[in-house]
Design a protein. Structure first.
Length: 79
């Protein structure tokens, strides 16, 4: 439902994704990995699904929304 049949879904937070045909991956973030992800995003090879964009002043609201577990993507706080 979230991706095309030829696409892949990978999660670093949802261990239950395997039931949907996806794959759970345990990672340790580091600067080299984050740089590589940034380069992929800049090249248009990585996309991030953004559910909501809120100003930093509404961080508490953003946290509450994330705790509800109903988002279909990331919540972005803008500065």
């Amino acid at each position: 439902e979230l991706v095309k049949s030829a696409s892949r879904a990978v999660s670093v937070v949802d261990t239950g994704i395997a039931g949907s045909g996806g794959r759970y991956v345990f990672v340790r973030p580091d600067s080299a990995g984050l740089t590589a992800l940034g380069e992929l995003a800049d090249a248009g090879k990585l996309t991030v699904n953004v559910d909501k964009e809120l100003p930093l002043a509404e961080a508490a609201e953003a946290f509450g929304i994330s705790q509800e577990g109903r988002t279909r993507g990331k919540i972005v706080l803008t500065v």
